[in-house]
Design a protein around this ligand. Structure first.
Ligand code: PGA
Length: 243
């Protein structure tokens, strides 16, 4: 696992460099895209850098979605329209439809489409303050596949800032099997509020209590942190580290 720590103002560019590097040798990479606050600077850097050549090669997949209304402005669908769809040349994101009549069928549909595309070449991930990856909440094992889930209080608390009283208590997510099956992974985290969970995920024991900890066993993960999120790493702190 490679851990890159940068000053906050460098985060978007550092994340973009990690993503470019992870896909440099793949003609048409299948990429799982994170949502949330953390990757906003990544998408902004991509827009600013005339990254169209890379973007046009990417086959993008959502990694999760809220179980709220499909057309809600806080749905990941709206996020992608804003942050990914605004990048010139970006293909439409393959994503979950939370309005589907049967969410289990819907999750299987997306997992099957992903499998037909050859699986993920790269997954870009954020981390929840509870250690979740996409909506694989604590308790999720490495063999879990795409499915509808109940959100934890921590995930709902994070969602409330946007969703308010309409905060969904369910989600649709790729499983850890699909995410950890990605050939390469880039994990992103920013800010001191993520410092404790980042340290636990990267340096604590691997297990379902912290789904992000399974990345320790992934063969090709790059972690990009700002100095705030890296503050509690025993071996971190302002440098690049390779294990
Ligand atoms: P955030 O979400 O980027 O908004 O902190 C990360 C996550 O929950 O995976």
């Amino acid at each position: 696992m490679e851990v890159i720590v940068v000053e906050p103002e460098r985060f978007g560019d550092a994340a973009l460099e990690a993503v470019f590097r992870a896909t440099a040798d793949i003609a048409s990479p299948v990429v799982g895209l994170a949502t949330g606050k953390t990757p906003v600077p990544l998408y902004a850097a991509l827009r600013a850098r005339a990254g169209a050549e890379w973007v046009a090669r990417v086959r993008p997949f959502a990694i999760d979605e809220y179980g709220g209304r499909r057309d809600h402005p806080c749905a990941n669908r709206a996020y992608f329209a804003l942050h990914w769809g605004a990048i010139p040349g970006a293909a439409a994101v393959e994503q979950f439809d939370p309005d589907a009549p049967d969410r289990a069928v819907e999750c299987n549909r997306l997992a099957t489409a992903l499998e037909a595309a050859g699986g993920l070449d790269l997954v870009v991930l954020g981390i929840g303050t509870n250690g979740h990856l996409a909506f694989n909440e604590p308790g999720s094992g490495p063999g879990t596949s795409a499915r509808a889930v109940r959100l934890t209080e921590a995930s709902m608390a994070a969602a409330r800032g946007c969703w308010g009283l309409e905060t969904p208590d369910t989600g649709l997510t790729l499983g850890l099997a699909e995410l950890l099956g990605a050939r390469r992974a880039v994990l992103l985290a920013t800010g001191p509020a993520k410092a404790a969970i980042v340290a636990e995920a990267l340096e604590g024991p691997e297990g379902p209590h912290c789904p992000a900890s399974y990345l320790q066993g992934h063969p090709a993960t790059v972690v990009v942190l700002d100095t705030g999120a890296a503050a509690l790493l025993r071996r971190g702190g302002g440098a690049t580290r390779r294990d």
